[in-house]
Design a protein around this ligand. Structure first.
Ligand SMILES: [Zn+2]
Length: 97
């Protein structure tokens, strides 16, 4: 399990990768990387803050798990809706599905 902490961006946030539904988002702030998830419309939590290798491995694991669980449950996957992540500053790549 991962420890999720409430997230408030300290500096410019860059989105590196987003899983399907934007369930988990790999972000960077300067040299630090972390995984972000949305808990509410405007609320975020983060985990795995550290090096790219560390955060990317956690992100991949979570993204895969999300995909498997959603597929097994037959959950219909909605396109990500625009929100703070997309419209926020520092987005350098809009995720493709
Ligand atoms: Zn999904």
């Amino acid at each position: 399990m991962y420890i999720w902490e409430s997230h408030s961006p300290q500096r410019l946030r860059h989105v590196k990768e987003a899983s399907c539904c934007e369930a988990y988002i790999l972000c960077s702030e300067g040299a630090q990387y972390y995984v972000l998830r949305r808990t509410d419309f405007a609320r975020f939590e983060e985990t795995a803050r550290g090096t790219y290798e560390h955060a990317a491995a956690v992100w991949l694991n979570l993204a895969e798990r999300h995909k498997q669980q959603a597929h097994r449950a037959g959950v219909r996957h909605a396109k990500p809706s625009p929100g703070p992540i997309i419209s926020g500053a520092g987005v350098d790549r809009v995720p493709m599905e």
